[in-house]
Design a protein around this ligand. Structure first.
Ligand code: ATP
Ligand code: MG
Length: 481
């Protein structure tokens, strides 16, 4: 697979079904032929600006059509898209660009100010440019070639640049179709960021499937609910915070045309899954990471209750195993798994072993082969020899009416080595005794947090993921003497 060639994807799509709808944004639509046209114009401008095959180009833009045309244009040129999280500071972006050895930074009008604060790299606006020059697209894509670089979210440490080849994306896109199936009238609602694999992979699916994408710039639960109720969209990718907002605002039901709520990115609280079941929402829980170019394990809705909390079984071309007797690190393998981190020899040596990729997550497989993700290895709390998973405690805490958000981290303890401390954002006042009593009913004693600390907000990274190492650091700072 690695060194196979394929026809240029977008060109092939336009050759096959030029008049199918490719993109809907606000009140505008584009067919694949129209999208190709816009893409070639962009490619022409970018190549006149000096971008050529093999260059690494930072992309700093909002979820707007210009960003899609730019991503496609880079593929036409054969340049690598280094996708940048727009919520990062200029300094953090500068670090990633340098780390990736990027030759250019491409930005849209909404990110002009941030782009101008980034030094040492030529930057090009993608917003208002046109040229009469014709761009000649390449005929073939090589599956071994690098298509994109995406930095991990930096939840457990410094972000790492993940290499995603054309072959990785192709494998991910087809693996998803082998699982979810393709419907000729599918429309995938994209409200997750295009700079993440969750959003970027929707674009790849669109071209390879010939499927419509409804692009949304900013997530608004009521607007999204409307799209799913009026039957415009049949599939949507969400993270649990989005889903919880949507459920809270939902009156009535979604359209029968709506067939898949793909839920991933992090642990899904059980209470959300139960609410979805009650409301007949077809939730597909999924597990994946930047390194697997999107989903690698997915749970079909018929198992949501029977296998409550499981993320399912591996997609067809993928394999999962546990490094350990019962619980242990999750190892994955498949053609969608990255070939490696960019310029990270040490991480590459420790992450790849005999064809398997070590995810850094801990999980277990049940007798039927369903995977349960327990937590990140680096966040595991070992208390008096017992393993405690912060995610489990957080899930219990957030089911308490007084708690809006919770984060649990291990803190030093003379007797037990380490004990869980719970940090929470409250909906209304609640005492530690009340919370402890609530936990005692729902979990083994040794898991009940030794401390409950109310806080105004929890530390989150630019992907809105909870950074438990910062909770632990906060505790250490407050208790240093
Ligand atoms: P970094 O690797 O820099 O610490 P990150 O792992 O948060 O950042 P991503 O690639 O965006 O970066 O996230 C993938 C991770 O998200 C997985 O390794 C896993 O820890 C978590 N995750 C994804 N899906 C699930 C899920 N369904 N249940 C539990 N955790 C999940
Ligand atoms: Mg990771």
């Amino acid at each position: 697979m690695t060194f196979m060639n394929m026809p240029n994807w977008l060109k092939q799509r336009v050759f096959l079904t030029p008049d199918r709808r490719a993109l809907v944004f606000e009140n505008k639509t584009w067919t694949f032929a129209e999208m190709y046209n816009e893409t070639l114009k962009k490619a022409s401008v970018l190549s006149l600006s000096g971008i050529k095959k093999g260059d690494f180009c930072g992309v700093l833009a909002a979820n707007r059509p210009d960003m899609i045309f730019t991503i496609q244009a880079l593929q036409q040129i054969g340049a690598v898209a280094v996708m940048l999280n727009s919520r990062l500071t200029a300094k953090e972006i500068e670090w990633q660009l340098r780390d990736a050895n990027a030759s250019h930074l491409l930005f849209d009008s909404l990110h002009e100010k941030k782009a101008s604060a980034i030094s040492g790299i030529p930057s090009i606006s993608i917003s208002s440019n046109s040229t009469d020059e014709q761009f000649t697209p390449r005929d073939l894509f090589s599956m071994g070639e690098i298509c994109s670089i995406m930095y991990t979210s930096g939840t457990t440490g410094r972000p790492k640049g993940v290499i995603q080849t054309y072959g990785n994306h192709y494998a991910s896109v087809t693996a998803s179709a082998l699982n979810l199936g393709l419907h000729v009238d599918d429309s995938w609602l994209c409200t997750v960021p295009l700079f993440h694999i969750s959003g970027y992979s929707i674009l790849m699916k669109s071209v390879l499937y010939g499927m419509e994408v409804r692009l949304v710039e900013k997530f608004d639960a009521s607007v999204i609910n409307e799209s799913l109720q009026n039957g415009e969209a049949t599939i949507i990718s969400v993270v649990s915070a989005m889903l919880s907002n949507m459920i809270n605002r939902l009156s009535g039901t979604y359209s029968p045309r709506f067939r898949c709520m793909l839920l991933g990115g992090g642990p899904a609280p059980v209470s959300i899954l139960e609410q979805c079941k009650q409301k007949n929402i077809p939730v597909f829980q999924t597990y994946g990471m930047t390194e697997t170019s999107s989903q690698i394990v997915t749970l079909a809705p018929e198992y949501t209750m029977e296998k409550l909390g499981s993320v399912g079984k591996p997609l067809f071309p993928c394999a999962v195993k546990i490094d350990g007797e019962n619980e242990g690190e999750i190892l994955v393998s498949g053609p969608n798994v990255t070939t490696g981190y960019l310029n990270r020899q040490e991480a590459n040596e420790s992450s790849f072993q005999d064809g398997w990729f070590r995810t850094g997550d801990i999980g277990r497989l049940d007798a039927d082969g369903f995977l349960y993700v327990l937590d990140r290895r680096s966040d595991l709390i070992i208390s008096g020899g017992e393993n405690i998973y912060p995610a489990e405690i957080e899930s219990v805490l957030t089911s308490h009416h007084a708690i809006r958000e919770a984060g649990v981290a291990g803190v030093a303890d003379e007797k037990w080595g380490s004990v869980p401390a719970a940090f929470y954002v409250a909906n209304h006042p609640v005492t530690s005794e009340e919370l402890a009593a609530f936990c005692i009913e729902k979990m083994a004693r040794y898991k009940v947090p030794a401390y409950f600390i109310e806080t105004a907000e929890l530390p989150r990274n630019a992907s809105n993921k909870l950074m438990r190492r910062e909770l632990a650091a906060r505790w250490r700072d407050d208790h240093a003497y």
